[in-house]
Design a protein around this ligand. Structure first.
Ligand SMILES: [Zn+2]
Length: 365
């Protein structure tokens, strides 16, 4: 069980505070993705310097290499990766669907071959929860099947029903510890009635938090928001709500307006390694030749190390030369941009100015 308090509301948007075994943080929050026990191109000190107090770890990657048992023997994921704050681990379901070879889904779980060496694994709800316990996750996610998109309604429905049976088994397998929690994941594709049935099922089981999964996989922002409009009002007001794998800055603002509290996405870190920077004036591609002679900082309003110490010309040079420092500086900048965006939304909700913030953001974007 973890603590969650709603401190202020404006419309559906909420300012909240989530307390875990490894510290508390305010929501809405963006969680940097540290798939393999590292936020790529960042030190843990650099991640926390952006203001981040929770990162995401990845069951699929860590179970294959170096293995959950090895990490547990070395003191758990927090100690292993030298991250003293909160960690949320995903269940492994999404990566099994997107990365693993020759996967077979059955009622018991999913069997697959590692994309690293071809060895055979089985991931059941019970095994996923056991792995996340070995890792020491503050927030554990129930195992679900990420339904492909697009898919026929009958396929979406049977996939959602399977995920709900797995959710029940995940909840039963979860060992209650102070400061630790398990979230259920609403599925049901783009069908509001399936989403509502899924939410009702999860609420009946009883989770510490509720995630909305299976979105931002090609359905488009309008559809994502429509699913949230249908789903979020059905979720308990006193529990955190997590939109998985989303997204672009405008997606985050729109989802916060619809009552979402937590986000993760590879976009800021992955973009940082491909010379794409998020700024207050839109996305900047540092590979573009127009930056070659520009002595100005990337984003003059940003206080990150990349913007306070380096010119666009230098960042352009690093990206053209394929230098590792280019990835490092653009990743820290992008994570700072996301952290600042979340902080600005929290401040706006607290001040009762979120509607104005959201409208201004839409006009700029
Ligand atoms: Zn910056």
């Amino acid at each position: 069980m973890i603590g969650f308090q709603v401190l202020a509301c404006e419309g559906a948007a909420r300012l909240g505070r989530l307390t875990t075994a490894h510290g508390a943080f305010e929501t809405p929050v963006f969680m940097p993705v540290g798939s393999a026990g590292t936020v790529k191109a960042m030190t843990p000190e650099g991640v926390s310097a952006t203001g981040a107090r929770i990162v995401l770890g990845n069951t699929y990657h860590l179970m294959l290499r170096p293995s959950a048992e090895r990490i547990a023997a070395l003191g758990g994921l927090h100690r292993f990766m030298n991250w003293p704050y909160a960690i949320l681990t995903d269940s492994g379901g999404f990566q099994v669907m997107s990365l693993a070879a020759r996967r077979t889904i059955a009622e018991t779980g999913v069997t697959f071959r590692s994309h690293l060496d071809g060895s055979l694994y089985e991931l059941t709800p019970e095994r996923s929860i056991a792995i996340q316990h070995l890792l020491g996750a503050d927030i554990t996610m129930a195992l679900d099947e990420c339904t492909p998109y697009p898919a026929p309604r009958e396929a979406v429905e049977s996939s959602m029903e399977l995920s709900m049976r797995w959710a029940e088994r995940s909840r039963l397998a979860f060992a209650e510890r102070p400061g630790h929690s398990i979230f259920g994941i609403v599925q049901g594709g783009v069908h509001p009635d399936l989403r509502l049935r899924s939410a009702a099922k999860l609420i009946g089981i009883g989770f510490d938090g509720y995630a909305v999964g299976g979105l931002a996989i090609g359905e488009g922002q309008g559809t994502t928001f429509a699913v949230l409009d249908a789903t979020v009002p059905a979720l308990p007001e006193d529990r955190p709500r997590y939109l998985m794998g989303v997204g672009k800055p405008a997606d985050l603002v729109g989802a916060v307006a619809r009552g979402i509290d937590m986000f993760d996405c590879v976009l800021p870190t992955r973009s940082g390694r491909t010379a794409q920077a998020f700024t207050r004036r839109g996305v900047v591609n540092l590979r573009n030749a127009r930056h070659a002679d520009d002595p100005a900082p990337l984003d003059p309003e940003c206080a990150c190390p990349a913007c306070s110490g380096y010119s666009r010309a230098y960042l352009h040079h690093l990206s053209r030369a394929g230098e590792i420092l280019g990835s490092m500086l653009l990743t820290v900048h992008n994570l700072q941009y996301y952290a600042d965006l979340m902080a600005a939304m929290r401040a706006a909700i607290e001040a009762g100015a979120f509607a104005a913030f959201s409208a201004a953001f839409e006009n700029e974007g």
